[in-house]
Design a protein around this ligand. Structure first.
Ligand code: CO
Ligand code: ZN
Length: 330
């Protein structure tokens, strides 16, 4: 599985520019699904058919990553940029970004007079080695993602894009293991989650599922002086009860918990104070759906060293297979 993780987490794919990710994921899922399509936004929508006795279930994992977009090129060839999604200015200085055409740039910042303060994004720039706007190999509107190799430390897995390529891996591995299901299961690899769960909203409007489950990362409360949070790395799949965008369907939460207990899958309950996932969009699309989220606990979310635990990833796969392989009664 680490080969698949490495392939997906090192790849380029800021929100709105997920074509390459889609090309990587398509061959991984093609042998296991009955139908496959791409909608106008770029969502990869796949269907594994059930035996006709079950529900219509939508699983969503987002392919996009946070990144930056060029807003202006100085006459000396430096690129000013804006954020795509939740990019924080902390730790930008000296980091590297890569554009779709392969060009890599270093991030610098305007002079820092007061070291107790952090410059906003607008006072940072990207240096791609150009000397003028004319010889610059990228232009206004071009998007870049961060550059970091996949790194493992025992069971700790670290990369720039565990959010949410690890969710994509959970979906792919569950699909591989799901031999039969009563449900028509739509595995959606969604776009533009990081800018407001837009892809999943369009997909859910098109599919109109009875049940929706997002697969995404959540923060943990197990590092020094972090806000209190009852999710820890290595303690299992996190079953979301609430975040700032949704209250998960109580019946679906109960079912997830029962399935985890019955199959002895390590799990923990998640109440997240900030942020949300594709499940929010699925919950309120069309006439609404019973929606929930299986979260992969992750330290340092939206940094370039997002870290998950291999046992938690496996627990999330196991739980998803348990849910999808049996009837769902809410
Ligand atoms: Co995110
Ligand atoms: Zn995410």
């Amino acid at each position: 599985m680490n080969d698949l993780i490495k392939k997906l987490v090192e790849a380029y794919g800021p929100s709105g520019f997920e074509d390459h990710m889609r090309d990587l994921i398509r061959p991984e899922v093609e042998p296991y699904v009955d139908e496959m399509s791409v909608d106008a936004l770029g969502n990869l929508i796949t269907l594994k058919k059930g035996d006709g006795s079950g529900l219509k279930v939508m699983i969503a994992a987002h392919m996009d990553e946070i990144g930056v977009m060029v807003t202006h090129i100085t006459k000396e060839g430096f690129l000013r940029f804006t954020n795509i999604g939740g990019v924080r200015p902390h730790g930008l200085w000296g980091s590297r970004v890569q554009f779709a055409n392969g060009v890599i740039g270093m991030i610098g910042s305007d002079r820092i007079d007061d070291r107790s303060k952090i410059h906003p994004l607008s006072k940072h720039y990207i240096d791609v080695g150009a000397t003028s706007a004319e010889d610059c190999p990228v232009g206004v509107g071009d998007a870049a993602g961060f550059v970091q190799p996949f790194f493992t430390n025992g069971k700790l897995l670290t990369s720039k894009t565990m959010d949410d390529r690890i969710g994509c891996v959970v979906a792919i591995e569950a699909l591989k293991r799901l031999e039969t299901t009563p449900h028509d299961v739509y595995f959606v690899f969604s776009v533009q989650e990081e800018v407001g769960t837009r892809g999943a909203e369009a997909a859910a409007n098109g599919i109109d599922p009875d049940v929706g489950i997002a697969l995404d990362v959540t923060i943990t409360g197990d590092v020094p002086e972090c806000p209190p949070m009852s999710v820890s790395l290595g303690k299992g799949a996190a079953i979301k009860v609430k975040d700032s965008g949704m209250i998960a369907h109580a019946g679906l939460v109960r079912l997830m918990r029962q399935r985890a207990e019955a199959a002895n899958i390590a799990h923990q309950m998640e109440v997240l104070d900030g942020g949300s996932t594709d499940a929010r969009s699925i919950q309120i699309a069309n006439g609404g759906a019973a929606a929930g989220c299986i979260s992969i606990p992750c330290r340092y979310v939206h940094s370039q060293s997002e870290t998950v635990h291999a046992d938690d990833v496996q627990a999330c796969i196991d739980l998803l297979v348990e849910i999808l392989s049996k009837p769902i009664e809410l």
